[in-house]
Design a protein around this ligand. Structure first.
Ligand code: HEM
Ligand code: HEM
Length: 345
């Protein structure tokens, strides 16, 4: 065969080789990860109706659920800003800082359990926590009910959400409705989701190389499934414990829940969905640069010194995890009247 033909054949086989490895990467990825579904997933024992979701949305934005009437769920998990507050640790009641970074509420419905240490089993159980947490909203279960009953407009909204229930304004229904609203805060259609559904071109060459590194270096051993994380627990510092600035000795993570020594410094592996939007990183919020977070993970979890180029490629892959952000119309909340319980400073 002529030189020209040989080089054509080589080119053709190179092209097929590349196509083959691209398909292999996609197959491997499809085995490890799942796309985010288009619609909100159902919650066990908490059937959604439009009226319940609407009530949940109102309560999510309702500052009068806090003792000060200054803080709502949205103060720390801002819709329109990745579902986070962009603080190292959140500012809560009386300007107090909590002990941990606020994770995003987006896609939280897909996680195995809630909080950095998994102490709440689902969104419903979680939603009760911040309301009564003294450094967050600092109210009590009884006061939440009293407050809502003291705002006359809520009677009709609860009645619509819970028809045929004689006294629907209960703490339990507050939690259930908020959880249903949160389940709608998902971010489908990221470039990575389109790739997982078979669109090879949804990720560019750098992002595909980043994905290959993410799998082959071992990140996907922990960060996998629908949320690219959120499915299991792992020690922070499997191979090398990060410094006390990033992992202070006081917060032993899951140990506080299980009281088991092997759970010291174990945390829920966080989801990496929308990670480009949710700095600062880690449960302490001490790392503001995603590249630095990736490099720390390499050394702490895998004992691998990633090169700048590798870190850069993984970072561009992580950028492909940003999906369609929820568009939420701000609810109109019913007005207070003269007898409505007032804020406590
Ligand atoms: C954790 C929702 C109010 C700060 C969470 C999580 C959810 C959530 C779903 C778990 C996310 C995950 O583990 O991935 C809510 C709702 C609220 C609310 C529904 C209103 C009722 C607040 C407020 C603050 C706050 C007002 C700040 C003052 C935090 C922090 C965490 C967290 C720091 C992590 C705590 C830990 O892991 O120990 N929230 N949140 N949240 N939220 Fe909220
Ligand atoms: C946290 C990426 C490997 C377990 C994180 C965060 C990023 C990340 C960006 C911060 C998330 C946030 O703050 O919201 C990576 C990359 C990896 C990798 C790129 C590979 C180079 C691993 C492995 C494990 C793991 C192999 C399990 C052995 C965790 C845990 C956290 C975390 C437990 C939470 C740490 C804390 O703040 O307490 N990862 N990860 N990661 N990752 Fe990884």
């Amino acid at each position: 065969p002529s030189i020209k033909l040989v080089s054509l054949m080589v080119l053709a086989s190179l092209a097929t080789g590349q196509a083959w490895s691209q398909t292999a990467l996609m197959k491997q990825a499809q085995g490890l990860f799942k796309p985010i579904p288009a619609n909100a997933p159902p919650l066990a024992g908490n059937a959604a109706t439009p009226a319940k979701v609407e009530l949940g949305k109102m309560l999510y934005f309702e500052p009068r659920l806090s003792e000060s009437h200054a803080i709502s769920c949205n103060s720390c998990h801002m819709v329109g800003m990745g579902g986070v507050d962009l603080q190292e640790t959140s500012l809560g009641h009386r300007w107090q800082h909590g002990g941990r970074n606020a994770p995003t509420v987006y896609n939280a419905v897909f996680d195995v359990a809630q909080f950095w240490d998994g102490r709440a089993k689902d969104l419903e159980q979680q939603a009760g926590g911040p309301l009564v947490n003294p450094v967050e909203m600092d109210t009590t279960e009884a006061h939440v009910v009293e407050q809502l009953k003291g705002i006359p407009g809520y009677a009709a909204v609860f009645a619509k959400a819970y028809p045929a229930v004689p006294d629907p304004i209960t703490f339990d229904n507050v939690r259930k409705a908020i959880a249903l609203f949160e389940a709608t805060l998902t971010t489908p259609n990221a470039p990575f989701d389109r790739y997982l559904k078979g669109d090879e071109k949804a990720l560019d060459a750098n992002q595909q190389e980043g994905l290959a590194l993410f799998i082959n270096k071992g990140c996907a051993a922990c960060h996998n499934g629908i949320n690219v994380g959120g499915g299991m627990y792992a020690p922070f510092g499997v191979v090398e414990r990060p410094g006390a600035d990033i992992l202070p000795p006081g917060d032993k993570g899951r140990f506080a829940v299980t009281k088991t020594v092997s759970d010291e410094y174990v945390f829920r592996v966080p989801s990496l969905r929308n990670i480009a939007l949710t700095a600062p990183y880690f449960h302490t919020g001490k790392v503001w640069d995603l590249r630095q977070a990736v490099a720390i993970m390499g050394s702490s979890q895998l004992g691998a010194k990633l090169s700048d180029e590798e870190v850069g490629k993984i970072e561009v892959f992580l950028g492909a995890l940003t999906g369609d952000q929820p568009k939420v119309a701000l609810p109109i909340l019913p007005p207070s009247v003269a007898t409505t319980p007032r804020p406590k400073p």
